[in-house]
Design a protein around this ligand. Sequence first.
Ligand code: FEO
Length: 392
Amino acid sequence: MKPRNIVPDVDYVGAPDFDRRLFDALIPLPDGTSYNSYLVRGRDKTALIDAVEPAKLHVLEAYLADVLKIDYVISNHTEQDHSGGIPWLLGRYPGIQVLSSEPAKPMLVDHLGLDPAKIRPVADGEKLDLGGKTLRFIYTPWVHWPETMSTYLEEDRVLFSCDWFGSHIAATDLFVDGVDCILAEAKRYYAEIMMPFRKTVQKNLDKIKDLDIRVIAPSHGPVHRAPASIIDAYRDWTDDKPHNTVVLPWVTMHGSTGIMVERLIAGLVGHGIDVFPFNMATADIGKLAMALVDAATLVVAAPTVHVGPHPMVFNAVVLANALRPKTRFASIIGSYGWAGKMAEIVQAAMPLLKVEFLPPVIAKGLPKTADLEAIDRLADAIAAKHKEIGLF
Ligand code: FEO
């Protein structure tokens, strides 16, 4: 297979995966993904940056069929979709050295069973001269594992960023210019794995702000040749100010909670607030995560199953708690048949969210006039809170 050129003497040798539909048995991949790998050739030495998912190793093997010597494989991130091919590389190129961050070394041993003698940790800011191609290693922890680093190619001003700035898109076009959905898919990826580490991502953005970056070559999805737009998007996603929006995961069993959801949407829209409702019986949880990136308020709407919330809505609660969005307010609406502790259980399941809880509205059976008026008051209270923090 013929390698594809990114900049002079830097070739794409990765693999699109058009058919993959789920990552980590959790994250939907509507557009597939890719496992990017890049071969950097200096006058004296050659380095491979990242090493694809084992399921697509045959693609990397085909690209490297005529490459007789590789001196270094740079593991920017231990996770198997980027380092899974390293054991094969160690067999194919016996003299190859694995370069990683200091914290990555024990993780590569634990997760991939690598021989520690084959791994040389590099320091934050350390440079490696390949002969006319100088790689600088930049520790960028928590995008999204603690060991993650990025690699900057000084002469060509390329940042190999691994997961951050990436997107789960399988495309034959190597560059963002030909992919319309890039920012949406990059936001989905940020939401799913990096949002919990928003503050550290901000620090990493500050760390690279003075780098002269001409190209960002991530390890998933297309390459950015005009990187300002993805960097600006990351600044917006990670900053502290939410948007004037409400995320509303809901489900209804016999219609009662559904009536309350419709009433709340009407009330919020009447106040000029955008609402993103997700019927959790069918929702794409990636889209839910994307909406949480910006939302000022989360309202959970659930009927009661036995004592607690309907499990499909509770799934959204667990996810929101894990993703730790910048959301500022939360509330709970829903219904019950004869008794229950649905609202208490939902609130207790979100200890990681730094939110102010607004009083819940819970109806017994079909919502009555008083319940619907309470929903209207909740919409008013949410609008007042949004005004308080300057969203209007
Ligand atoms: Fe794409 Fe964190 O692996």
